[in-house]
Design a protein around this ligand. Structure first.
Ligand SMILES: Cc1cc2nc3c(=O)[nH]c(=O)nc-3n(C[C@H](O)[C@H](O)[C@H](O)COP(=O)(O)OP(=O)(O)OC[C@H]3O[C@@H](n4cnc5c(N)ncnc54)[C@H](O)[C@@H]3O)c2cc1C
Length: 457
């Protein structure tokens, strides 16, 4: 059966359109499994053909973007992987309308640069910006560093085009900000990790280019003051606070000591270090205002120390500390979690987590950092490579405690397969049932990314 399918796909997609055998072996951040082939369509018509032919042959289709997902959502074991890499064009940037239209395989950074070239700003910023694609960030409802001000992908997508499991094309490429004409169908495809449709194009909302970048690193000794500082900045900076990233002291020590390239820009010895970014439109006035507000908080004792970047290079050096997440792996294998809580629960949760993990594994290392403005923390725990069962026990300990604190088991990375066993900790039985009914009604044959997000009925 699969030989007939592969011959049909090869003939429909042409010489560059299908990779099989050793050519289909691919590398990525996530676990990709062993696809029986990689389809590389170059148009929406070819996407339709791949889906129809695979559906007929009873072979699943797994959409691939930049393969930077971290929860196994792009695992294509025994399936045809459908990569959008050839559908990567910027179709239009329209500054007057404040939108751009792109194909789904366009890399995030390329889209951001195309917007900037027209004096506009696509405010999505995440560590994987050089590889993740627009289709991938839509399908995972990605967030990143500036959610605090500009929201997640749900807030940046005005319209999209997607191919359903039966091969029909839903073309909702509207550039309208206000469009209350019935169900908001695009939302079905945002964050559904390729299980309801393959996103092929999107209309993205742009903002005007913001020329003034102001960055600071501050040190704080009490978590309550971290929250107070954020609220103060939101108010005093008049809505221009764009990022508020917290590094707990263990993370800061790792990224500022050898073999890391970074050095302590603010001295070690404090409990929390916060990267603050204000983006504005007044390069002459903004820096003075930014510094004055921070000086006020220093004098008032809300922060203990601060360094304000005096140039783009100094700002980049501060951001490089926050972005040097690879350091968390330097002392051995780790398990990483991406969770969210309401802000008032973050500190009680993290203290209880340390206690619980240390009681069970006295040597365990627990490192925290995250997009705290959104209540999103990344938890990294050192694991004992000798104990194969530790990962599952850790998952249960972390997610169980999270449920007690009414948090979400996935803040950004999605569910994929890795978090599927824990979805019920964050969603009610009625919500899960509705998700299953949606999947069943749009994809009764289980063609699109089956087994991801929710288990098959
Ligand atoms: C260093 C690093 C930093 C990261 N930082 C962040 C961060 O700050 N915030 C954040 O949210 N995530 C972050 N991530 C996770 C990851 O980059 C995001 O989940 C991203 O959105 C995935 O995009 P991608 O193109 O790589 O998609 P892939 O990994 O290829 O796919 C992800 C999922 O989307 C589906 N999919 C992909 N393309 C399509 C399409 N066109 N139509 C339908 N389904 C599709 C796939 O089947 C899969 O289920 C980070 C990852 C890394 C490696």
């Amino acid at each position: 059966m699969s030989d007939t399918l592969l011959a049909g796909l090869a003939s429909r997609l042409g010489p560059r359109g299908l990779l099989t055998g050793s050519d289909a072996a691919s590398a990525g951040w996530s676990s990709l499994g062993r696809p029986i082939a990689i389809a590389r369509p170059s148009s929406v018509e070819e996407v339709v053909a791949v889906i129809r032919m695979c559906a007929e042959a009873g072979v699943p289709v797994v959409p691939w973007g930049g393969k930077t997902g971290l929860v196994g959502g792009a695992n294509a074991d025994g399936a045809v992987a459908l990569t959008l890499e050839r559908m990567n064009r910027i179709l239009q940037v329209a500054p007057d309308d404040g939108v751009m239209i792109v194909e789904a395989g366009c890399v995030v950074q390329t889209a951001c640069e195309a917007a900037e070239a027209q004096g506009m700003f696509l405010p999505l910023d995440l560590g994987s910006r050089g590889s993740a694609t627009i289709g991938g960030v839509i399908s995972t409802n990605a967030g990143g560093n500036r959610v605090l001000r500009f929201g997640m992908m749900r807030d940046m997508v005005l319209g999209l085009e997607a191919v359903l499991a039966d091969g029909s094309v839903v073309s909702s490429l509207t550039p309208l900000i206000k469009n209350n004409t019935g169900y908001d169908l695009k939302q079905l495809f945002i964050g559904s990790e390729g299980t309801l449709g393959v996103v092929t194009k999107a209309v993205l909302r742009l903002r005007p280019h913001l020329p003034s970048h102001n960055v600071a690193l501050v040190a704080i000794d009490a978590f309550a003051d971290v929250i107070r500082l954020m609220r103060r900045l939101e108010s005093r900076l008049g809505g221009q606070l764009s990022a508020f990233e917290v590094m707990w002291k263990d993370y800061y020590r790792l990224v500022t000591t050898a073999p890391a390239r970074g050095r302590p820009i603010v001295p070690l010895g404090h409990e929390y270090y916060v990267v603050i970014e204000m983006l504005g439109g007044d390069p002459a006035g903004d820096p003075g205002r930014f510094q004055a507000v921070l000086a006020e908080t220093l004098e008032g004792g809300l922060i203990q120390d601060a360094v304000v970047a005096q140039s783009r290079a100094e700002g980049a050096a501060i951001w490089a500390l926050r972005d040097d997440g690879e350091q968390v792996q330097r002392d051995g294998p780790i398990a990483a979690f991406d969770v969210s809580l309401r802000l008032s629960r973050v500190e009680p949760f993290s203290q209880a987590l340390r206690e619980r993990l240390h009681a069970r594994w006295p040597q365990s290392r627990v490192i925290l950092f995250g997009h705290i403005g959104d209540g999103n923390i990344h938890i990294v725990v050192g694991v004992d490579p000798e104990r194969a069962d530790m990962r599952r026990q850790l998952d249960e300990a972390v997610f169980g405690l999270l449920a007690e604190h009414e948090g979400s088991v996935s803040a950004e990375h999605g569910i994929g397969v890795d978090k599927r066993p824990y979805l019920a900790l964050s969603r009610s039985p009625v919500e899960l049932d509705l998700m299953r009914r949606l999947k069943q009604s749009l994809d009764p044959g289980g063609v699109l990314n089956p087994g991801k997000v929710i288990a098959e009925a």
